[in-house]
Design a protein around this ligand. Structure first.
Ligand code: 6GU
Length: 243
C-alpha cells in the first residue's frame, strides 16, 4: 500500500547466528545499545549451536584433514544441516554470510547493504578451517581485517554491532545524521571535547567556545579532512603519506 513504502521493512531484521560458542554472544547482546535495540524489538538475534547438528550423539563437528596436516577441519554435514534447518525457521530467506579471514574485507558500504536486508545468517568458522564444500552454502564471505582470529565469533559480533547501529531508531537522530554526513563523505570524525575547558595544560580549541556555528562547522570539516589525509590517505582518495 502506498502509505507503507517509506520504511521498506515490515518486520525487524532477523539475524541468525550459527556458532560452536553461543554463550560467547550473550554479554555482547545484552550490553548497552545492542541490548536496548533487542529489548525494543528493533532487531531479533537467534543463536544456534552447531554442535546440535552433529551426526553422532557426541556432537562431533570436526575431523582430520584429508591429505594430512595440522589441526582439525569443520565437517560438511553439521554445517549443511545447521544452515538448512535454520533457514527454514522463518519464511524470509536469510542472506548466508560465512565469517572467514579469506572473505571480502568488511566496509561500511557492506554494513549498509546488510542493514537493509530482511534477514541475515552469520556462520562462524572455527578450528584450522572448514571443509571447502561449506563455502557453497554462503552467499557472501566476510573478514573483519587482515589478521587471524581463532574463530569467526568476534567477527560475527562486529558485524552485528555495525549493522544494528544503523537500524531505524537504534541511535538518536543526531548520530543517524552524522552517519549520513560523515560516513557517506568517507571521512574520519573531527576531534571532540567536553568539560573542562583546560585539562593538564591542554586547552579546548577557542573556536568551539565561540558560539559561531558556521565557523564551528567549517573548523570541523577542515579537521575531518586533515585527519583523514594524515591517518587514512586511502579514504581521502589520495596517495598515503610517506612513513
Ligand atoms: Cl571472519 N575469522 C577469523 N577466524 N579470523 C579473522 C576474521 C574472521 N576476520 C579477520 N580475521
Amino acid at each position: 500500500m502506498a502509505w507503507q513504502v517509506a520504511e521498506g521493512r515490515d518486520m525487524p531484521l532477523r539475524i541468525d547466528v550459527i556458532t560452536l560458542f553461543p554463550e560467547a554472544f550473550r554479554g555482547v547482546l545484552e550490553s548497552s545499545i545492542l541490548g536496548r535495540a533487542l529489548r525494543e524489538g528493533r532487531v531479533e538475534v537467534v543463536l544456534a549451536n552447531l554442535r546440535d547438528f552433529a551426526l553422532d550423539a557426541r556432537g562431533t563437528v570436526d575431523d582430520k584433514p584429508f591429505g594430512g596436516g595440522p589441526g582439525m577441519v569443520l565437517m560438511c554435514e553439521p554445517a549443511f544441516r545447521a544452515v538448512e534447518h535454520v533457514q527454514g525457521l522463518d519464511p524470509r530467506r536469510a542472506l548466508v554470510v560465512l565469517l572467514t579471514p579469506q572473505g571480502e574485507r568488511l566496509t561500511q558500504a557492506r554494513v549498509r547493504d546488510l542493514a537493509g536486508r530482511q534477514r541475515l545468517m552469520l556462520v562462524c568458522g572455527h578450528y584450522e578451517g572448514f571443509d571447502e564444500r561449506i563455502r557453497t552454502l554462503a552467499d557472501l564471505e566476510l573478514s573483519i581485517g587482515d589478521y587471524v582470529l581463532t574463530g569467526g565469533e568476534p567477527a560475527a559480533m562486529a558485524v552485528i554491532d555495525a549493522v544494528v547501529r544503523l537500524l531505524p531508531g537504534v541511535l538518536g537522530a543526531e548520530d543517524a545524521a552524522s552517519e549520513e554526513s560523515f560516513n557517506l563523505a568517507g571521512l574520519l570524525e573531527y576531534p571532540q571535547y567536553t568539560r573542562p575547558r583546560e585539562f593538564r595544560g591542554m586547552a579546548v580549541p577557542e573556536v568551539l567556545l565561540s558560539g559561531n556555528h558556521a565557523q564551528i562547522a567549517r573548523w570541523r570539516a577542515e579537521q575531518a579532512l586533515e585527519r583523514t589525509r594524515r591517518r587514512r590517505a586511502d579514504l581521502a582518495g589520495e596517495a598515503p603519506d610517506e612513513k
